[in-house]
Design a protein around this ligand. Structure first.
Ligand code: GTP
Ligand code: MG
Length: 197
């Protein structure tokens, strides 16, 4: 898929204030600092479209982008950052749960996983919640430029093996690097495929 047009629409905390649910929507979520905003910039080939930071907790709101006038891309605030107050965490949970359960045009959630780490409890818990809510999702392993391909493959397989302890069917997954621009065609091809269904 060619990205002919990508523009920021809105930032807010409420599902009711999101753009009209008239187009298919793809949301990006994962631990703080996992590379959600960077991946969005890589996919759209627009540096600075989504705000990135080396400090976790940069994205705090539900951010909508309109792509090719055809679909919405959503940058969500991350989870699992230790230095976050209990109140902020609860607020995040409420906002994200409301978004996931009420957003009727949500076609698929991309759950980003740091390819360098062993399976993290927060990621597995978030995936379990998606399953309980019946939200369709795929996995995206990020930051693969930071290690060898063999190491990435090993970590991906370890993550999938962990998931298979509780999941009968494993999700589709993508292996990406925002820096090396790896996985772009695969992710955009998947979105195109789902858009056509
Ligand atoms: P929050 O909005 O805080 O939840 O973070 P985020 O998941 O949006 O992460 P963000 O895209 O802001 O990236 C966090 C840091 O990781 C930044 O310093 C990025 O430059 C870096 N980063 C993101 N993706 C990659 C990647 O593929 N490779 C490398 N080497 N660094 C990356
Ligand atoms: Mg972000």
């Amino acid at each position: 898929m060619q990205i002919r047009d990508a523009r920021f629409l809105t930032s807010n905390t409420e599902v009711a204030k999101c753009p009209a649910p008239t187009l298919p929507e793809y949301a990006f979520i994962g631990r703080s600092n996992v590379g959600k905003s960077s991946l969005i910039n890589m996919l759209t080939a627009r540096n600075g479209l989504a705000k990135t930071s080396s400090l976790p907790g940069k994205t705090q709101l539900i951010n909508h982008f309109l792509i090719n006038e055809q679909w919405y891309l959503v940058d969500l605030p991350g989870y699992g950052y230790a230095r976050v107050s209990k109140e902020s965490r609860a607020k995040w949970g409420k906002m994200i749960r409301a978004y996931l359960s009420k957003r009727e045009n949500l076609s698929c959630v991309f759950v980003l996983i740091d390819s360098r780490l062993p399976p993290q409890a927060v990621d597995l818990e978030f995936i379990t919640m998606l399953g309980e809510m019946g939200v369709p999702f795929v996995l995206v392993f990020t930051k693969t430029d930071k290690q060898s391909g063999g190491r990435t493959e090993q970590n991906v397989q370890t993550f999938l093996a962990k998931m298979s302890e509780t999941w009968e069917e494993l999700p589709r997954y993508f292996v990406t690097s925002a820096v090396a621009r790896d996985g772009r065609d695969e992710v955009l091809g998947f979105i195109e495929e789902v858009n056509q269904q």
